[in-house]
Design a binder for this molecule. Structure first.
Ligand SMILES: O=C(O)CCC(=O)C(=O)O
Ligand SMILES: [Fe+2]
Length: 222
């Protein structure tokens, strides 16, 4: 991002137009919603980038863990049956390029984000409805917030298309987003509160498999 522009108060997608040029990478804005703050992008990743992320992640997959808000730790949880892995920020040239593109798209520095997480769901696997922010009322919140502050927005990058099922659902908005390779779903929660209406779920994959990469944006350097 340009050094001269002050950092905005929250990640956002340019509010006008159907097309964004991200340093030479054309991206389509397919849909925006004001509440919750949602946008759907087309072509944020190329087919080759989607495949490269899957290929790099596949040998490193392990059963996904969820954050335990009561302690600030992590656990394997029946609510989340996918397998996944985290890339380090800037781990490879591909990861850096994608992180720079996301920083451009969201007007949010790459330093203010967790490493890209790749998730893989097989038939029957899902992620039950949840919020991505950390509940400040939980005893483990201080630990989770001590590095990077609160999560403020999520970008889900779809790497393939399951044969059946596997939508991302936002039930408070009545939204069902179908996974389509190269597309990305953005949602922001400037308040870490259910009023953000950002409850969301990865619906069960019914046939085939689903691959996504998730980027969680933080308030501060993570
Ligand atoms: O699988 C999905 O579509 C949702 C994933 C998700 O909620 C997350 O990674 O935080
Ligand atoms: Fe989530």
């Amino acid at each position: 991002m340009a050094t001269q522009s002050p950092q905005p108060s929250e990640p956002f997608i340019a509010p006008q137009g159907a097309h964004i040029d991200l340093d030479g990478h054309p991206t389509d804005v397919l849909m925006r919603l004001e509440h919750p703050r949602v946008a759907l992008l087309g072509g944020l990743l190329t087919p080759a980038e989607c495949q490269a992320l899957i290929d790099c992640a596949r040998p490193r997959l392990a059963r996904s863990r969820t954050v335990v808000a009561s302690t600030g730790g992590e656990e394997i949880n029946a609510d989340r049956t996918s397998r996944g892995m985290f890339f380090e920020r800037g781990e490879t040239a591909l990861i850096s390029r994608i992180e720079q593109r996301i920083a451009r798209l969201l007007h949010w520095p790459a330093s203010h984000g967790e490493g890209l997480q790749v998730l893989h769901y097989r038939p029957g696997e899902q992620y039950h409805p949840h919020y991505d922010y950390f509940d400040p009322a939980q005893p483990g919140a201080a630990t989770l917030l001590s590095r990077g502050g609160q999560r403020v927005a999520t970008l889900i990058l779809y790497l393939n298309q399951p044969a059946l099922g596997g939508d991302t659902d936002l039930p408070q908005a009545g939204l069902h987003i179908a996974a389509h390779p190269g597309n990305a779903l953005f949602f922001a929660y400037p308040q870490a509160h259910p009023d953000s209406a950002t409850l969301h779920a990865g619906a069960p994959v019914l046939e085939g498999e689903k691959w996504i990469a998730t980027k969680w944006l933080r308030e501060r350097v993570f």
